[in-house]
Design a protein around this ligand. Structure first.
Ligand SMILES: COc1ccc2cc(-c3cnc(C(=O)NCC(=O)O)c(O)c3)ccc2c1
Ligand SMILES: [Mn+2]
Length: 245
């Protein structure tokens, strides 16, 4: 129902990296959004899910809570996810680490394959740690926002969803992207083993609609070399907080 937006692509274990990278380049270039289903396959997807559930039960997640006006009584929360940042080398993160290197592979090779090593005119040379997020249900959400509105260096948002049997009609939690320059929206259900890429800047405002069941995702943000250097230079010169992750 995306009309001009991409249809999500069902990966097959036989898909070569070349085919996957080609699709990422095509969809990112044409739509700025790319959806890959069956990304790891059920078995490895479940192993990642189990590691995330164990992490969540261990209590290391902290509130990513930002409230619009902490002083106000009706503090309308901007977002109500719980998060933890990991680099994947921690104990009990073996399968999350494999996921991260799989995504690194695809992004870095797609960036090289794209015409003269650029995808969307970026040269990608690094990323943030992985942010493991849980929207604990009972209406937790994230208001419409842009991940990187002020050139902090992040060019691609990569989100891996872990939610078995997720039914948006019953549990909400839809990711709605509002691509710039069109009144068409991209509605992306946070279904198990789905991989999503989109440009992190103002081209893709998006929101997480209220979730009524626990909703897990792992997000990586990839850096464009030049934009990141520029952001860090500003940070040093003016002491401006550029996204520290
Ligand atoms: C400096 O410290 C922090 C700590 C945590 C931060 C988390 C986000 C964030 C941004 N976007 C989304 C999102 O769009 N999720 C879409 C989906 O789950 O489908 C999300 O869940 C979380 C942004 C900045 C942060 C800065
Ligand atoms: Mn976001």
């Amino acid at each position: 129902p995306f009309g001009h937006m991409p249809n999500s692509y069902y990966m097959d274990p036989s898909d070569s990296c070349y085919e996957i990278c080609h699709r990422v380049i095509r969809d990112m270039t044409q739509y700025g959004v790319c959806v890959l289903n069956n990304f790891l396959g059920k078995e490895r997807g479940l192993m990642v899910l189990n590691e995330v559930l164990d992490m969540y039960r261990s209590g290391i997640f902290t509130a990513g809570q930002l409230v619009s006006n902490p002083a106000s009584t009706e503090a309308q929360t901007i977002r109500s996810d719980l998060i933890t940042w990991i680099d994947g080398k921690e104990a009990n993160c073996h399968y999350i680490r494999q996921l991260i290197s799989q995504v690194d592979n695809i992004i870095l090779r797609a960036n090289k394959m794209a015409n003269n090593g650029r995808m969307g005119d970026y040269v990608i040379n690094g990323r943030t740690k992985a942010m493991v997020a849980c929207y604990p249900g009972s209406g937790s959400h994230y208001v419409k926002h842009v991940d990187n509105p002020n050139k902090d260096g992040r060019c691609i948002t990569a989100i891996y969803y872990l939610n078995l049997d997720w039914d948006v009609k019953r549990y909400g939690g839809l990711l709605r992207v509002f691509p710039e320059g069109t009144n068409q929206v991209a509605d992306i259900a946070p279904i198990f083993d789905r991989m999503l890429f989109f440009w992190s800047d103002r081209r893709n405002p998006h929101e997480v609609q209220p979730a009524y069941s626990t909703r897990y995702a792992i997000t990586l943000w990839y850096f464009d070399t030049h934009e990141r250097e520029e952001a860090l230079r500003n940070y040093k010169e003016r002491g401006q907080p550029s996204s520290s992750k």
